[in-house]
Design a protein around this ligand. Structure first.
Ligand code: CAA
Length: 285
């Protein structure tokens, strides 16, 4: 038996945190969306509002359900507002030092029995857990982007995660109507262990002049039935996130087959991070 979760804290009002807040509220959880930036919170709440309105327009949700979900989400830049959370999901940037700082600031505020989860897409759960005061109540709950659309959530235990925590997380994710896959705590888990080398290879294919951006994406969309071409998907995920996952694979598995493509490194150094910065393999400006 897991413990009952009613109040969910989400840390980070970026694209993942925003999506996690949306699906949690739509499933009846009270959500506190925490971010240091009030502007990011405001933008995230506007995105949730727009997404829910689209669901009403397409008949997937009633107007009353939309209002109920919105009423369940509040945003805050005050860490003390996480004090009532039963489960906190950290969806901050994929930078271990940032995550460690966040854990140091929130752990003293959280209820002792609260579960702390990370949405990390690649970092070691065991190592992140060691930066908290609750390794047994810490684990990975990894959502896919865009969260409201993608059916899968990866669950990852750290070495110290206890069964009650795992069961509570499993019950929570099941209530969100997502499908669970369990991955062991290895670099990038399952989805990104497979997906990111494919994206990196697509970037090498561009770098070596095998094909143009359009040729590569068309080839994989029509030749392999992928919903997005790999370069379009890289832009969608964020090229900084793609690079950081490749670095985790390269460092963690010590195999040159995971070497990040120099073109990916160059784009990130240029600040061409994909959709979120207005420019990546495509121009969004
Ligand atoms: N947020 C919320 N909803 C969204 C959305 C977003 N960002 N983008 C699309 N949608 C919704 C639309 O509203 C639409 O909903 P309705 O059916 O209710 O109208 C539905 O998704 C389909 O959207 P569209 O018709 O506009 O577009 P599409 O058919 O081209 O689908 C897509 C868009 C779902 C993003 C599709 O292209 C896709 O599945 N792409 C691949 C995504 C993917 O691989 N994600 C995994 C990334 S890896 C990851 O997340 C792991 C990691 O750690 C890096």
């Amino acid at each position: 038996m897991g413990s009952e979760i009613k109040n969910v804290g989400v840390i980070g009002a970026g694209q993942m945190g925003c999506g996690i807040a949306q699906v949690s509220a739509a499933s009846g959880y009270r959500v506190q969306l925490y971010d240091l930036s009030p502007e990011r919170i405001e933008a995230a709440l506007a995105t949730v509002n727009g997404n829910l309105a689209r669901q009403v327009a397409s008949g997937k949700m009633t107007e009353d359900e939309r209002k109920a979900a919105l009423a369940l989400i509040s945003g805050s830049a005050d860490v003390n507002d996480l004090a009532s959370a039963d489960l906190v999901i950290e969806a901050a940037t994929e930078d271990e030092s940032v995550k460690r700082k966040i854990y140091a600031s929130i752990c003293p505020v959280l209820k002792p029995e609260a579960i702390l989860a990370t949405n990390t897409s690649s970092l070691s759960i065991t190592r992140l857990a060691s930066a908290t005061d609750r390794p047994e109540r810490f684990m990975g709950i990894h959502f896919m982007n865009p969260v409201p659309v993608m059916k899968l959530v990866e669950l990852v235990r750290g070495i110290a995660t206890d069964e009650k925590t795992f069961t509570s997380a499993k019950d929570f994710v099941t209530k969100l109507d997502k499908t669970i896959t369990v991955a062991e705590d290895f670099p990038a888990f399952i989805v990104n262990r497979i997906l990111l080398p494919m994206i990196n290879e697509a970037i090498y294919t561009l770098y070596e002049g095998v094909g143009s951006v359009d040729a590569i994406d068309t080839a994989m969309k029509l030749g392999a039935n992928h919903p997005m071409g790999p370069l379009q998907l890289a832009d969608f995920i964020g090229l900084d996130t793609c690079l950081s996952i490749m670095q985790v694979l390269h460092d963690g598995l010590a195999d040159s087959k995971y070497r990040p493509c120099p073109l990916l490194v160059k784009y990130v150094e240029a600040g061409w991070l994909g959709r979120k910065s207005g420019r990546g393999f495509y121009d969004y400006r």
